[in-house]
Design a protein around this ligand. Structure first.
Ligand code: S3P
Length: 428
């Protein structure tokens, strides 16, 4: 599918965005490992989370989907069954990495694979600590690339210092830790999103958190829960930036998850001069939630670096669009992780924004963007990456004429309904 975006006058109105992707994955996984039933509302029915459901069903988990909820019949910590086929994680890094953690503690073997993009992404960072816990892996390049075969084992606890701040890595170790004989500890160089910790605690796990150090006590029963998934701030990000850079805009996005380990984008945009209000702030099922009102203004460049990077990692493509529309220079550093996402997002965003006329230079771990150049519509590629397709759509709203995004179906990985939501808000 090709998506055509026209320059717009403003964005106006109220919307909600679909459920949080990270929280949706974790809710079905923990639901499967818990005793009793888990009911999840506002679950993200997008391709990534459906990959998780498909893999869990293949291991004997009864999961039913209705229009307003997903129900998981928990099988208990040791109730998963060996799948008689390869588990296909599609495009989803979270599915593959978190399942590797769970599968490490099972008394059976599994084989995991994914699509072309996922088969290129690093898995050695996951199989290395899980191997230290006792699981056995076979795969290309020392089990650092999918497809990977896992032989689960009785696991021993470890204390692991992660080389990168990655919630997928932290979560894989914590999930394996559920099966270990003792206390498993993960220490990160900077704090990554903490949805696993919050949800594990809610399901009854013994979790301790001290800054960047998290521990879990193994072999404790989890109990099924009701989980209300907040709106995904990473999906909201496209509209937040769109409204912030189009003068005269005034939009409200309701019920957005505002977990501080995810809301770095709001801090950066405010620093750039964006007009963002948070209303109706509350805690819902253990996660902070609120309504965001964003009004258009003139943004200025900034520096994005250090510990804030993991707190806005998925929002960097669209923040690059904000920087291209802002006055002055924006420097992004310490973001080399972007090179191993669904695409090499540093290279992809630089190449595509240059096509529109932006002044943007690629750095090994970031970007230098000299904002305020006149943007003109062009034909852009998505690189098979949902967030690149949506970021370029936002750029198209401020580029003169028409911007065409090729292979835009990929948006369904995380945000089915994106184009409809955009149509609702855009005033042409
Ligand atoms: C995610 C963690 C992040 C993020 C990804 C989802 C998660 O990846 O980019 O979209 O749900 O844990 P890393 O853990 O690789 O940083």
């Amino acid at each position: 599918m090709e998506l055509t975006i026209k320059q717009c006058k403003s964005l106006e109105g109220h919307i909600t965005v679909p459920g949080d992707k990270s929280i949706s994955h974790r809710a079905v996984m923990l639901g499967a490992l818990a005793s009793g039933r888990t009911i999840i509302t506002n679950f993200l029915k997008a391709e990534d989370c459906l990959s998780t459901i498909k893999c869990l069903r293949a291991m004997g988990v009864d999961i039913t989907e209705s229009s307003d909820k997903v129900t998981v019949e928990g099988r208990g910590l040791y109730g998963l069954k060996e799948s008689c086929d390869i588990l296909d994680c599609g495009n989803s890094g979270t599915t593959a990495r978190l399942l590797l953690g769970i599968l490490s503690g099972q008394h059976f073997s599994s084989v995991l694979t994914g699509d072309k993009s996922l088969r290129r992404r690093p898995m050695g960072r996951i199989t290395c600590p899980l191997g230290q816990m006792g699981a056995v892996f076979i795969g290309r390049k020392d089990a650092s690339l999918l497809p990977i075969a896992v032989q689960g084992r009785n696991l021993k606890p470890i204390y692991y210092k992660t080389p990168v701040a990655s919630a997928q890595l932290k979560s894989a170790i914590l999930l394996a830790g559920l099966f270990a004989s003792g206390k498993t500890v993960v220490e990160e160089p900077a704090k990554s999103r903490d949805h696993s910790e919050r949800m594990l605690r809610r399901f009854g796990a013994e979790i301790e958190v001290d800054g960047c150090v998290v521990s879990v006590q193994g072999q404790r029963e989890l109990r099924g829960q009701t989980v209300k998934v907040p709106g995904d701030i990473s999906s909201a990000a496209f509209f937040i930036v769109a409204a912030a850079i189009v003068p005269g805009s005034d939009i409200t996005i309701k019920d957005v998850g505002l977990n501080p380990t995810r809301s770095g984008i709001l801090e950066v945009l405010r620093e750039m001069g964006a007009d963002i209000d948070i209303n109706n702030y509350r805690l819902d099922t253990g996660e902070p939630v609120g309504d965001l009102r964003v009004r258009g203004s003139t943004l200025k460049g900034t520096v994005i670096e250090g510990d804030i990077i993991p707190r806005l990692i998925d929002e960097i493509p669209v923040l690059a669009v904000a920087a291209a529309a802002a006055q002055g220079q924006t420097v992004l550093k310490d973001a080399a992780e972007l090179r191993v996402k669904e695409s090499d997002r540093i290279s992809a965003v630089a190449k595509e924004l240059v096509k529109l006329g932006a002044d943007i230079q690629e750095q090994p771990d970031g970007l230098i963007i000299n904002g305020g150049k006149k943007l003109t519509g062009a034909v852009c590629q998505s690189y098979g990456d949902h967030r690149i397709a949506m970021a370029m759509s936002v750029a198209g709203l401020v580029a003169s004429g028409k911007t065409v995004i090729k292979n835009a179906d990929v948006i369904n990985i995380s945000f089915p309904g994106f184009t409809d939501a955009l149509k609702m808000l855009v005033v042409e």
